[in-house]
Ligand binder design. Sequence first.
Ligand SMILES: Cc1cc2nc3c(=O)[nH]c(=O)nc-3n(C[C@H](O)[C@H](O)[C@H](O)COP(=O)(O)O)c2cc1C
Length: 363
Amino acid sequence: MSALFTPFRINDVAFKNRIGMSPMCQYSSNNGVASDWHLVHLGSRAVGGVGLVMVECTAVSPGGRISQGCAGLWDQQHAEALTPIVDFMHRYGTVAGIQISHSGRKGSAATALEGGSHLDADDPNGWDTVGPTADAFDPDGTRLWKAPHALSVDEIEATQAQFVHSATLAANVGFDLLEVHCAHGYLLHSFLTPLVNTRDDAYGGDLRGRARFLLETVEKVRAVWPENRALSVRLSVHDFAEGGLDLDDTAQVGQWLKERGVDILDCSGGGAVPAARGAIGNRTAEQPGMAGELRAATGLPVMAVGAITDPHQADQLIASNTADIALLGREMMRDPHWALTAAKALGVDTRHVLAEQYGFFVG
Ligand SMILES: Cc1cc2nc3c(=O)[nH]c(=O)nc-3n(C[C@H](O)[C@H](O)[C@H](O)COP(=O)(O)O)c2cc1C
């Protein structure tokens, strides 16, 4: 048996293998409501034998979306659209995960398919953004980003309540794994990183102060998220920029998250400032190794992500105790049946990897 195809468990959540699809924005929602695209996009990876399928970053409020096409979970209509998709994923034995998020100062953008540039609030598709300070994401770049409104403490608490509401809806839908998005320069990460957060109140200053927004949010979310299900946080484990967060910082944050009941860390990188390339930039491939360092430093299970394409590479990440789950983003777009590809490459019995409608004939 290859390590990649061994089962894994967090609380009552049983993963049939260590393969996951990373959350990826699809720009296919209407007013945040999931569409038939989501059923096909997420459902086909479930049919393809993936152990964990993550729904894209899903906003806790309309202004928490990145673009008008982004997914949301702030209202019952969002929950109702997601329910049959989660039921479908469950039918094929996949753990259903969702990433809840607020875009912060990187919101009010065109979709990536339309260039991803900032849209002013007077654009019919734009809105006023928020952040830890009034500094824009890219004030000097060719793609001008408007200055956000610096959140007051009352507004921070109101945003945390939106995360809690979204988590409650996700629990009712039946998601098994909830992930709080604290990476890529979006709101929670923008508070955590010294590259962006220069506040001098209780939500700024040293690492503990900058982590306050995240830690309080996670505490409040954990209180409503069922104990027997899994709670994850996606971190940019390294800011990939001078003066930014490094692994020592994120190991400390990971420790604090562990104390608050987080079950697993999803280890991404970069995105806080234009100079910080990660996520899908030139330092992405460094992330899986960093996940291993965070795992060793915190004792928490981790998901590794970044330029994982080869089955032997993914298998080695699990076998070497670098990661507990290997997340694939773009490779899953290329090959929705990557789990079968991996099973063949690793000499694993392929009969039960795909859903039986396919597996019976081609497994
Ligand atoms: C189209 C696209 C959309 C993405 N959307 C998200 C997202 O919603 N949330 C997130 O945390 N990361 C997002 N990412 C980053 C991926 O989850 C993943 O971390 C990144 O692509 C690196 O993995 P890969 O090299 O396997 O593609 C996105 C990446 C792509 C290509």
